[in-house]
Write a protein that binds this ligand. Structure first.
Ligand code: PDD
Length: 288
């Protein structure tokens, strides 16, 4: 049983609970982060905490902890799990109000929660097979750049994918592919790597940035450009990225093969670069 942090106290996660008047429970009034840790080191911690800071400001909650306090919590979570690769989860809600009311309560302290889970074991055979995705209409709000805990539209999209035997759903808005239910989107088209530009319609993923950095370092041509649905459908490769899934090759879209129907050479190259980057991070001394 792993431990969890809640408002200054540590307990086994299964025994950790919040009052029903917590606004996270009643309204989904909060934001979160998922941070991968490799060999006991949180990856891109500064960037994740900066995103949390921006998201809290966007929903008008004051940052409840300092960077040092977050780091102390994260270190303890990691210590508890050992050097196993894990996904740290941080959540801040507006707190427990005296009664259910849409208006922000005055003088309420945010609820701060943190836990950790093992990252899924790498499965190279499964990766070589590739994954399936479907497209779904993007019914979400216009603030998808905020990592809000309010994820109902994402959950419905992901479940629709699962119900059809696929693993991810790709949101289509105004005729353009924007991102996955819990991932960012890349395509390779005529050897050009393309991902939609940052906007209010997608989460600025930390993994997305890492992939773009790797592409820039290696001289892989890339563009941050919109992806009309027609381009998605005729892409040579489709990838989705996230802190948990890293880079997944999508080889089937709405039941039709993507490119050759196998993970492409672009994915193979980026996957290798990503693995090398991770290895360097595991053995280097930077904690960023
Ligand atoms: N989700 N877009 C959405 C909608 C996401 O939920 C996520 C990640 C991403 C990728 O962001 P990052 O590379 O920073 O993980 C993009 C996390 C993993 C989750 O909800 O569990």
């Amino acid at each position: 049983m792993s431990i969890a942090y809640l408002n200054g106290a540590w307990q086994p996660v299964e025994e950790t609970s919040i009052p029903v008047l917590d606004r996270g429970f009643l309204f989904g009034d909060g934001v979160y982060e998922v941070i991968p840790a490799y060999s006991g080191k949180p990856f891109r911690l500064k960037e994740h905490l900066q995103r949390l800071d921006r998201n809290l400001a966007a929903i008008r909650i004051d940052m409840p902890l300092t960077q040092e306090e977050w780091k102390t919590i994260i270190e303890r979570l990691i210590e508890d799990q050992g050097p196993l690769d894990q996904a740290l989860y941080l959540q801040v809600t507006r707190g427990v109000a005296p009664r259910r009311d849409h208006a922000f309560p005055a003088g309420v302290k945010p609820t701060v929660f943190a836990m950790t889970n093992p990252l899924p074991e790498p499965d190279p055979d499964r990766d070589r097979q590739g994954y399936a995705a479907i497209t779904v209409s993007d019914e979400r709000w216009n603030n998808c750049h905020i990592k809000a805990i309010t994820l109902l539209a994402n959950l419905l999209a992901r479940q629709e994918a699962i119900d059809t035997g696929a693993q991810e759903a790709i949101f289509i808005r105004d005729g353009k592919a924007v991102e996955g239910a819990a991932s960012n989107l890349f395509i390779v088209s005529d050897r050009l790597l393309i991902t939609p530009p940052r906007s209010r319609q997608l989460l600025p993923g930390i993994t997305r940035d890492f992939v773009l950095e790797l592409a820039a370092d290696q001289g892989i041509p890339f563009a941050e450009a919109e992806i009309p649905v027609g381009e998605l459908e005729k892409a040579d490769e489709i990838w989705v990225t996230s802190s948990i899934k890293e880079i997944l090759p999508i080889v089937s879209l709405n039941g039709k093969p993507v490119g050759s129907g196998k993970p492409g050479t672009g994915w193979l190259q980026m996957h290798e670069l990503f693995e090398l980057g991770k290895e360097r991070f595991r053995h280097g001394d930077d904690h960023e």
